[in-house]
Design a protein around this ligand. Structure first.
Ligand SMILES: Cc1cc2nc3c(=O)[nH]c(=O)nc-3n(C[C@H](O)[C@H](O)[C@H](O)COP(=O)(O)OP(=O)(O)OC[C@H]3O[C@@H](n4cnc5c(N)ncnc54)[C@H](O)[C@@H]3O)c2cc1C
Length: 474
């Protein structure tokens, strides 16, 4: 169906004119309506920035966010299924935007990482001591958690932020998309329809929503995804303090199909996130039976989880996540591989909001001004694949693990000025720095030299011990 096209007037695109940009073929004007499908991080950040930027150029737009999930509910019904780590870089970025996560949302400040391997473990302290990582629940918490209300959850807080910026929250599932005279039309679960001047799709990858676009937007191909596993354990405060502390515990274990696993403390709960290929019960059981994992629990016994789910994660970017009057953001479009998905949702959502307000809502506006932000993340993901291939090798080859463990433990023990391996591992696990920075750190001339030395020394010590148990480095 042909889209309505008209010549933009200066008043349609004031900021574009002020910025010296070309007028768009399709621009929002006073009274324009924007629909947002999904009230997770991508949808709420987009809405917040759109309304803030529009207000700054005196553009009066109305935004409806469709979000059927009630983030005040306990268990999977109120949750957007994730590890809940808000990276230190995102915590700081949000603070500069005036968005300070309230203490009621941060269930635990993460101060260090403990890396567990079969040959020992090592604690990695935050390289810059003022930085903090926040561990949050996306909803109210596991099934057995105390009710705390929607604003006590990360997603509930963001949705309230979007509503307080002036958006209307529509508590309905969108189940049909069509075009109405060149404008996107949304039909929700009760059969009600609404036509918009722009539709932002921020529905993630864990619903059927992306299947609605096959005929409506044939240029868009939804992202490729991988099944993951999350579960929650309930432990006593003493057990959590003694066995876990203010640390995230990550595991580099030689278990086939396992890519990454982490235990994250949150209040009285401990979240397990497991990423791998074809995650199934056999892989989960093998992981939970590993001695390094059992050692993290009181008496070496892993309790039964109080909540669990198998969410999907975006692993290959969507193709062409934009068109005339439509844009896909967050996991529905391009997301950072394995780490800091919330941070990449923030960056892409902000780029989309800037494009819409400062440039326009035509295909070419998104291509010129929104797509570069997606492309940066996508290019960085290509580097991530190389890094994860190396980390896979370390997982498999014991002699490499010895070198990595020795180098990290020595840096931590000596409080070395340059902590090459610790910083690489920190940024890799926390998702705080782009993957290209992680890679470039390993190009520092001292890095390979130190690694070679630690590989030789670590394996020589091992040979001398002649089969004796290797000590923990923590
Ligand atoms: C195992 C695992 C662990 C992770 N850990 C982390 C982590 O620790 N830190 C981090 O930064 N990222 C993490 N991520 C990634 C992170 O969860 C995502 O990148 C992030 O949630 C993407 O936000 P989003 O808004 O795009 O999508 P979502 O958070 O999925 O939100 C989509 C929203 O759209 C709504 N919706 C869906 N369909 C419809 C419809 N038809 N109509 C209306 N609404 C609809 C949903 O209810 C939902 O609220 C993890 C992911 C997985 C799978």
């Amino acid at each position: 169906m042909a889209l309505v096209q008209r010549t933009a007037r200066p008043s349609d695109n004031l900021a574009g004119y002020f910025a010296g940009g070309e007028a768009s073929r399709l621009a929002l004007s006073d009274g324009s309506r924007v629909g947002v499908i999904g009230g997770g991080p991508a949808g709420t950040f987009f809405t917040h920035f759109l309304l803030r930027l529009a207000a700054a150029v005196d553009l009066d737009v109305a935004v409806d966010i469709y979000e059927p999930r009630n983030f005040a509910y306990q268990g999977p019904a109120g949750c957007n299924h994730c590890g809940g780590i808000v990276s230190e870089s995102l915590v700081q970025l949000l603070a500069t935007e005036g968005i300070n996560l309230p203490p009621s949302i941060v269930r635990r400040g993460i101060e260090s990482y403990v890396l567990h391997m079969d040959i020992g473990n090592v604690r990695i302290e935050t390289p810059l001591h003022e930085k903090r990582i926040a561990a949050v629940f996306r909803g109210n918490g596991p099934r057995v958690s105390e009710p705390i209300g929607a604003s006590g959850s990360f997603d509930g807080y963001l949705l309230e932020l979007a509503a307080s910026s002036g958006a209307k929250v529509v508590r309905k599932l969108v189940n049909e998309i069509s075009w109405d005279g060149g404008r996107p039309q949304v039909t929700s679960s009760d059969g009600a329809t609404a036509t918009y001047d722009l539709l932002a799709v921020a529905a993630g990858v864990n619903s059927q929503a992306l299947q609605l676009f096959g005929e409506v937007a044939p240029q868009y191909h939804s992202p490729k995804t991988l099944k993951t596993f999350i579960c929650e354990f309930k432990l006593s405060p003493e057990a959590l303090d003694r066995h876990i502390g203010p640390s995230m515990h990550v595991f580099l274990l030689d278990i086939p199909r396992l890519e990454f696993a982490a235990l994250i403390p949150k209040g009285e709960f401990l979240t397990l996130c497991l990423l791998g290929h074809d995650v199934d019960n056999a892989l989960i059981d093998t992981f939970l039976s590993a001695p390094e994992v059992k050692a993290c629990f009181p008496d070496g016994a892993v309790p039964s989880p109080v909540c669990h789910c198998f969410p999907r994660v975006n692993v290959v970017a969507a193709a062409r996540p934009y068109g005339d009057r439509i844009v896909w953001i967050g996991d529905s479009g391009v997301a950072r591989l394995y780490k800091d998905g919330i941070g990449s949702a923030y960056r892409v959502a902000k780029a989309a909001a800037k494009t819409v307000v400062h440039h326009g809502v035509a295909d070419e506006d998104f291509r010129r001004h929104f797509w570069p932000a997606c492309k940066r993340i996508d290019n960085d993901n290509s580097i991530a694949k190389v890094i994860f291939a190396v980390s896979g090798l370390i997982q498999k080859l014991r002699f490499l693990r010895r070198g990595v463990l020795r180098m990290t433990a020595n840096e931590q023990r000596r409080q070395a000025r340059r902590r090459h391996m610790s910083t690489v591992l920190w940024d890799l696990f926390t998702g705080s720095a782009p993957y290209r920075e992680v890679l470039s750190r390993s190009f520092h001339p001292e890095f390979p030299a130190m690694l070679c030395w630690n590989l030789i020394a670590g394996n020589a010590v091992r040979a001398r011990r002649n089969g004796s148990e290797e000590p923990s480095h923590e």
